[in-house]
Ligand binder design. Structure first.
Ligand SMILES: [Zn+2]
Length: 153
C-alpha cells in the first residue's frame, strides 16, 4: 500500500488511542514512524527511494523480514527496553502497516522466517486502494470532527 493510505489509517488509530496515552506527541510521532519504516525495504517507496536506505534494501527483500511481526516485535521490544515511552506507538503503527499490506496481492510474511503468506485481492496504488484512501480520509474527517470538535465519541 502507498504511504498516504497507511498514514490515513494511522490517523484514525491515533484519534482512537490518543485519549488513552500519556505522552500524546511522542505517541503520534511513533505511530507515523511505525507506519513508514516497513516500506524502507523498497527502493520505490516514498522514503525508501532515498540512497541512505540502499544498504538495507541490498540485504533484505521487499516484503520480507521488514514486513513481518517478527521485526515489529523485535524493534518494539528493543524500544521498550531503551526508550519505553515510544514502544506502544511504534508497535501500533508498524502492526497496522502489516495488516493493511496483507490485503494486497503481494501480501506479507507475517511470521517470517515462516513462509506462510497472508495476501489479499487488490493492487498497491490501484483503484481499490484509491477508494480505500478516499474513504479513510472521509472517515478521518468525520471522526476527527466528532471526537475533537463535538466530543461525541
Ligand atoms: Zn508496506
Amino acid at each position: 500500500m502507498l504511504l498516504k493510505t497507511h498514514l490515513a489509517f494511522a490517523f484514525l488509530l491515533v484519534i482512537f488511542f490518543l485519549e488513552h496515552v500519556n505522552n500524546k506527541i511522542i505517541f503520534v510521532l511513533m505511530v507515523i514512524l511505525g507506519s513508514i519504516i516497513p516500506d524502507l525495504d523498497s527502493g520505490f517507496s516514498s522514503w525508501g527511494r532515498h540512497l541512505i536506505f540502499r544498504p538495507l534494501q541490498f540485504f533484505v527483500k521487499h516484503r520480507g523480514i521488514v514486513h513481518s511481526f517478527t521485526a515489529a516485535f523485535a524493534i518494539s521490544l528493543f524500544l521498550a527496553f531503551t526508550w519505553p515511552i515510544t514502544s506502544l506507538g511504534f508497535f501500533v503503527g508498524y502492526s497496522v502497516h502489516l495488516i493493511m499490506d496483507s490485503f494486497t496481492y503481494e501480501g506479507v510474511q507475517p511470521f517470517w522466517p515462516l513462509r506462510t503468506k497472508s495476501k489479499g485481492f487488490f493492487k498497491t496504488g490501484g483503484r481499490i486502494e484509491e477508494s480505500i484512501f478516499f474513504s479513510l480520509v472521509m472517515i478521518d474527517i468525520v471522526v476527527f470532527f466528532l471526537v475533537f470538535i463535538l466530543n461525541q465519541v
